[in-house]
Design a protein. Structure first.
Length: 247
């Protein structure tokens, strides 16, 4: 990795790029993952590289959903395995949910590498090696699901998801929590709870909320995803207006 000085004004953003590049070099992240990351960066720039109030409300709803789930599962792709592996493992330990490797640009080798990477960092419950195409209506590799994982789950946490699979999981009766910086993506529109935030910030917030929650008092707040997505877009527009007027 190139060393970025902490004093650099874009330090955090450049660090994330380096992690994605390192992920590609380690055979964990797809090359297409760079393009997806760039799209995320563009939206994050519009958002102001901070958690919007509406994104925090979605994260609270996600925490409640995960804490009350019977069989939660965390889906892991090549981008999040490079960007936030330790945070995914921390979440998995906190809510007793398996991590399941599920990638769009599927190769067996990359699945094995992501599993090994997570296990090297301390993950003890990683699925995905034995996943077979089981999600109805999906003709690409993301149809794969492990019978003990995503296939049986009631709540699936899917950072940087594919719109098709999100829709298919919802059709299977599952509740889906997405993390996607693009509020207009099909994933954001289909998910039960859409967190429009950077995956690193979203996981920090989610983990802090879950650590602070008392399981006995957790209820799913009155959350309307479509209304919350509109609030996200309003907050972005308002930020751009303020930026434009130089206030
Ligand atoms: O490892 P694989 O093969 O499963 O591939 C993973 C990617 C992400 C390459 C694949 O799923 C893909 O092509 O995704 P898309 O369709 O480009 O969608 C990725 C979405 O994630 C886009 O809407 C981006 O805005 C968003 N995104 C990118 N980086 C981040 C992000 N959202 C949150 N945090 C990020 N850091």
């Amino acid at each position: 990795m190139v060393t970025i000085p902490e004093s650099h004004p874009r330090y955090k953003s450049l660090q994330k790029r380096e992690k994605i590049v390192a992920g590609i070099e380690a055979g964990i992240t797809s090359r297409q993952g760079l393009i997806a990351h760039g799209r995320g960066e563009a939206f994050d720039y519009l958002i102001g590289e901070r958690t919007l109030p509406a994104a925090l409300r979605a994260t609270e709803a996600a925490a409640a959903l995960l804490l009350t789930a019977e069989k939660p599962v965390i889906s892991v792709n090549g981008n999040v395995a490079a960007l936030v592996p330790e945070k995914l493992i921390a979440l998995s330990t906190l809510i007793l949910a398996p991590l399941e490797v599920n990638i769009f640009y599927w190769t067996e080798e990359r699945v094995q590498r992501i599993v090994a990477h997570l296990e090297r960092l301390g993950a003890t419950n990683v699925l995905g090696r034995d996943a077979e195409p089981r999600i109805p209506g999906i003709t690409h590799a993301r149809a794969r699901a492990d019978t003990a994982g995503i296939y049986a789950a009631d709540v699936v946490f899917t950072p940087l998801e594919d719109g098709d699979r999100c829709e298919a999981l919802i059709k299977m009766g599952k509740r889906v929590i997405s993390v996607d910086l693009n509020p207009f993506s099909r994933t954001s529109r289909y998910a039960t709870v859409s967190i429009v935030d950077d995956v690193e910030r979203a996981l920090d917030n989610l983990i802090a909320l879950i650590r602070a929650a008392k399981l006995s008092t957790v209820t799913t707040p009155d959350f309307d995803n479509q209304r919350n997505l509109s609030a996200v877009i309003d907050e972005i527009i308002e930020r751009l207006r303020v930026e434009e007027s130089g206030c």
